[in-house]
Design a protein around this ligand. Structure first.
Ligand SMILES: [Zn+2]
Length: 229
């Protein structure tokens, strides 16, 4: 029985290490994914900003060109000699002005989008900074935990190999089945006359034998090995 207690102790420690090692990499991987997705969106926003700046420049140039044209036509108004020419010029001026209004409306939209894009870029950059910082800390933590745990894990595995030599094959196979089925706990202490694993009542005869260490017993309900040490 003491061999089983020892084996359970080793397996519990190994389980703790494996849980720790299993959990950290996936957390770091989540952070990596988050970082990548923010980086991608940030790049999209920056590209959009460049495009908007080009469009704004273009719009400003177009508006200036139209202003020049309108001013030239206005100058010509003084030179006209009849109403027909005057109406034709005014018609053209109106047409250019409405074109200019379209460019101006477009320009306003681009400028508004530029402002929100700039705010987005700022927010995303801040998020990215804190996430990257977090990521560095987690990576360092992970590496140190892995380094510390690797040695301990190796030594526990050696101890385990030694320890199972003292246990007969059929007991070991029961132990393996139970520890697999019962969340990593196959050896439990008696709690009075109840199983320390599932709380089931243990018959008095079995309790006294477990206490006297005269026989190896398992709980009739959960199958765990019982001890009273
Ligand atoms: Zn039980």
């Amino acid at each position: 029985m003491e061999h089983l207690i020892r084996l359970q102790d080793i397996d519990t420690k190994l389980k703790d290490i494996n849980d720790l090692l299993g959990d950290l990499p996936s957390k770091v991987e989540d952070l990596n994914q988050q970082e990548k997705s923010i980086k991608d969106s940030l790049l999209d926003k920056k590209n959009r900003l460049k495009k908007l700046e080009v469009e704004i420049k273009k719009g400003e140039v177009n508006i200036n060109l139209l202003n020049d044209k309108v001013n030239k036509l206005k100058d010509q108004l003084f030179l006209v000699t009849n109403n027909k020419q005057y109406d034709a010029l005014m018609g053209e001026i109106d047409h250019l002005k409405s074109q200019r209004t379209n460019y101006e409306n477009e320009l306003i939209e681009y400028m508004e989008e530029k402002e929100t894009t700039l705010v987005d870029i700022k927010t995303m950059s801040t998020d990215l900074d804190s996430l990257s910082e977090n990521l560095v800390i987690r990576r360092e933590k992970l590496q140190s935990v892995i380094a510390e745990s690797a040695e301990e894990k190796l030594s526990l595995e050696k101890q385990r190999d030694e320890s199972i030599k003292d246990i007969d094959q059929s007991t070991l196979s029961i132990y393996s089945r139970v520890i697999e089925a019962r969340g990593g706990l196959a050896v439990v202490k008696l709690e009075g006359s109840a199983c320390g694993g599932c709380g089931a009542h243990i018959p008095p005869q079995t309790v006294s034998e477990v206490r006297a260490k005269s026989n190896v017993h398992t709980c009739g309900v959960c199958g765990r090995f019982l001890h009273n040490d």
